[in-house]
Design a protein around this ligand. Structure first.
Ligand SMILES: Nc1ncnc2c1ncn2[C@@H]1O[C@H](COP(=O)(O)OP(=O)(O)OP(=O)(O)O)[C@@H](O)[C@H]1O
Length: 480
């Protein structure tokens, strides 16, 4: 597709010839004979590329370049500066002032056409990268909720601090589901020198030991039997950006030694390779294990631990920052209800009470899952406690006080089996009663014991005697 090109030169012959050559390539070309005219045309025409003579009758081309960049801002055209033959100094000045490239006069038309093509391609790629990272950044702001706890504010502050040093290694610690990956994203997208580069993730626990090194370092053709062609590793893919090593505590010792070397020297080789490659990446490692304890147990190298532990961000479990529960719940509700096309205004007071009382062993991930399911179940315009199913916590209907009498009218009598005239036995009634209470308590035996007014061991024994499988009511285990 043709582009808008402005040719600025006081020599009429050059303007005419260049315009014809570029128009023949399908471009829309305007010309100007002076700096003043060029700025006027640029404002109206918004060219994507400007071919600009350094020596203009009314101005220095460098000054015009500066004005074009200033006025155009993010949309400023790329400038190809035309300099007199032998004035290499001028060319260097032009590049330093932000010109995309330079051509020496007399300008050869084929060189002009190729340089314009290069400029347009660069502009397209830059825009694409900006578009992508801009979208990713906006998504990040949408996907991250700071919460209300001092602990999370401290985490965000630390992330902002380390974002100012693009080469510092970061270690993120926290239980599963606390948000280590979202914090890793936060660091990446807030680091000016890295955020336009890639964010590449490697989960060290999810990948077989034998594949881990080839994923990380890449390999040359013939490095091993299946290496039919060379493949760059994630270290190369992450060039200029961030390499996020998730579950680093699960990395095998042999790979740890190799990783340590990269961290120390910033140099590595592909498997089977002989060339040293530079690792221009920020390493960000995360673990749900306590690495110091892993070191003590001999499962993690102490030198690697110290190399990684330059800047540590610890995310506390959700149960230790309860102030975050409701802001996060509302945040997820907003996002998930919109996605489901439901208008659910907020949380019912009883829903809030139940969420606040719950321990969230699966942390923020479990909270998100709970809200996601509740949104599916909810028919009203607020998230009611009946829709919010919490593992091991009693289902709310009909919402008894925790220690109140059994919450139910007697359960429906069980079917009498073979003999329709026979009333159910006491054992059958007891079993049905137990199953009914277990269903209401989400499988929580302590709650059932309180409702039945008997001890926990008594309930546990009755459940075992009747052969009841409690796990079927505990279906909302968090993902891990
Ligand atoms: N502060 C937060 N704001 C918004 N969403 C969050 C936040 N913290 C966690 N989440 C959400 O919780 C879920 C789990 O987060 P994440 O994957 O980052 O946890 P993790 O600690 O890396 O877990 P794992 O150790 O299991 O890999 C994700 O869906 C994530 O979007």
């Amino acid at each position: 597709m043709g582009a808008r090109i402005l040719v600025v030169d006081d020599e009429k012959t050059f303007r005419v010839v260049a315009q014809a050559a570029l128009a023949a390539e399908g471009h829309d070309v305007r010309t100007a004979a002076s700096g003043g005219e060029a700025l006027g045309v640029a404002r109206a025409f918004q060219p994507q590329v400007v071919v600009l003579d350094r020596n203009l009758p009314d101005a220095d081309g460098l000054a015009v370049l500066e004005r074009l960049r200033e006025e155009g801002g993010e949309d400023a055209p790329l400038v190809v500066m035309a300099t007199a033959y032998g004035e290499i100094e001028n060319a260097v000045h032009a590049l330093k002032a932000g010109a995309f490239d330079y051509l020496t006069k007399p300008i050869q038309l084929p060189a002009l056409v190729v340089t314009i093509q290069k400029a347009l391609e660069t502009r397209r790629l830059r825009r694409r990268a900006e578009g992508l990272s801009g979208a990713a950044r906006r998504r990040l702001e949408r996907e991250f909720c700071v919460g209300a706890s001092a602990a999370m504010r401290a985490v965000v502050e630390l992330a902002a601090k380390v974002a100012t040093s693009p080469d510092t290694t970061v270690l993120v610690e926290g239980e599963s589901g606390t948000g280590k990956q979202v914090v890793a994203h936060l660091v990446h997208f807030r680091t000016p020198g890295r955020r336009d580069g890639p964010f590449v993730e490697l989960n060290c626990a999810a990948i077989p030991e034998t594949l881990l090194e080839s994923e990380l370092f890449g390999f040359e053709k013939g490095a091993f039997t299946d290496a039919k062609r060379a493949k760059p590793g994630l270290l190369e893919e992450a060039e200029g950006g961030t390499l996020f090593l998730d579950e680093i505590g699960d990395m095998p010792l042999a790979t740890q030694a190799k990783l340590l070397k990269v961290l120390e020297t910033q140099v590595f080789r592909r498997l089977g390779g002989v060339r040293d490659l530079q690792a221009d990446v920020r390493f960000l490692a995360a673990t749900h294990r306590e690495l110091a304890a892993e070191v003590a147990a001999g499962r993690f190298r102490h030198d690697l631990f110290h190399r990684l532990d330059v800047f540590r961000i610890t995310i506390p479990p959700l149960r230790e920052r309860r102030e975050d529960i409701l802001p996060l719940a509302r945040f997820f509700l907003g996002e998930l209800a919109a996605r489901a096309g439901k208008s659910i205004r907020g949380l019912a007071p009883e829903t809030e009470r139940r969420l606040l009382a719950y321990a969230f062993p699966g942390n923020v991930r479990e909270l998100r899952n709970v809200i996601e399911r509740a949104v599916v179940l909810e028919a009203g315009d607020v998230l009611s406690p009946e829709s919010v199913l919490l593992r091991g916590a009693p289902a709310p209907a009909p919402a008894p006080a925790p220690d109140a009498a059994p919450p139910v009218a007697p359960p429906p009598l069980p079917a009498a089996g073979a003999d329709p005239g026979r009333p159910p036995t006491l054992g059958e009634v007891e079993k049905a009663y137990l199953e009914d209470l277990l269903a209401r308590a989400g499988g929580n035996k302590s709650q059932v014991a309180r409702w039945m007014g008997v001890s926990y061991p008594t309930v546990a024994k009755k459940i075992a005697d009747h052969g009841i499988d409690v796990s079927r009511w505990k279906d909302d285990a968090p993902e891990s």
